[in-house]
Design a protein around this ligand. Structure first.
Ligand SMILES: C[S@@+](CC[C@H](N)C(=O)[O-])C[C@H]1O[C@@H](n2cnc3c(N)ncnc32)[C@H](O)[C@@H]1O
Length: 249
């Protein structure tokens, strides 16, 4: 089936998204404890992520995070870099339908982008047939050895917040392992206060994520706490990390 041409700002798109969200919540073991007991253990929520892309049947409105444009905070950050990102070896983590990866590539970075779900990778390739991004299937928790210490810029948008809290230390360590000695990690995520209730997924990240990042070999270089605006909808973190000095890969 061809991708349904759609305008994310249209009421029709919003209606299809709301309906899909309901259906996806109903099959999400993280939201339905009774499903957790019935299904085989799936700590990465792989089955649910695969179901999202499969049930979407090429309609991006049915993929809850797909807005068919780079994240505004990513786009603004890329545009604000005095030295630009041209020539940097960049990696987009959990790339979904590819808009953030394409934003980095359009600014001249040499981009690899990966997702746990092969159907997401295929869909991104189909959307951008002349892309220079190298899309591939991979798991953040089982990264190819060749990627260790290989990237000047790692970009992660909304994947950490889709992981359950016990996975976050390992995820942060995996992100740190990807960076060259002077490499940087750009993190975009929804934010919450430390003691605020979180009824995810997604689970907005609390401030303690930055102390955890330090423990896992990432030094925060800048942390922006961005209030909800019309552009980004809700409160967000935009944070840049370097690799902790002397940290072995
Ligand atoms: C909330 S979506 C965000 C997608 C994209 N970054 C964006 O901003 O539109 C999270 C993405 O991460 C992928 N993902 C989840 N767990 C992953 C893992 N262990 N390794 C790689 N990708 C993963 C999902 O399949 C999904 O496409």
């Amino acid at each position: 089936m061809d991708e349904i041409s759609s305008d994310p700002a249209s009421p029709q798109f919003a209606a299809r998204r709301a309906k899909a969200r309901e259906e996806l919540d109903a099959i999400d073991p993280a939201k339905n404890p009774e499903l957790l007991n019935a299904a085989p253990a799936d700590p990465l929520r792989r089955d649910w992520f695969e179901a999202v892309y499969r049930l979407a049947q090429n309609d991006p409105a049915r993929v809850p995070w797909a807005n068919l444009a780079p994240h505004p905070l990513t786009k603004a950050w890329v545009g604000a870099q005095a030295k630009g990102v041209s020539g940097l070896r960049a990696l987009d983590v959990g790339c979904g339908l590819g808009d953030n990866a394409e934003c980095l590539a359009a600014a001249g970075a040499k981009v690899t982008a990966f997702d746990l779900v092969p159907a997401a990778v295929e869909w991104a390739r189909t959307r951008f047939p002349r892309t220079e991004v190298e899309y591939q299937g991979a798991d953040l928790f089982a990264l190819p050895n060749a990627w260790r210490g290989a990237f000047d810029l790692v970009h992660e948008c909304y994947t950490l917040q889709a992981l359950s809290a016990p996975l976050l230390p390992q995820a942060l360590a995996a992100l740190a392992s990807l960076l060259t000695p002077n490499g940087k990690l750009l993190l975009i995520a929804r934010a919450r206060d430390e003691d605020a209730a979180s009824e995810g997924p997604p689970w907005p990240l609390p401030p303690s994520i930055f102390a955890e990042a330090r423990r896992q070999g990432l030094t925060p270089l800048s942390i922006e706490d961005i209030a909800a605006t019309a552009d980004v909808g809700r409160r967000h973190w935009r944070a840049l990390f370097g690799r902790a000095e002397g940290r072995a890969l």
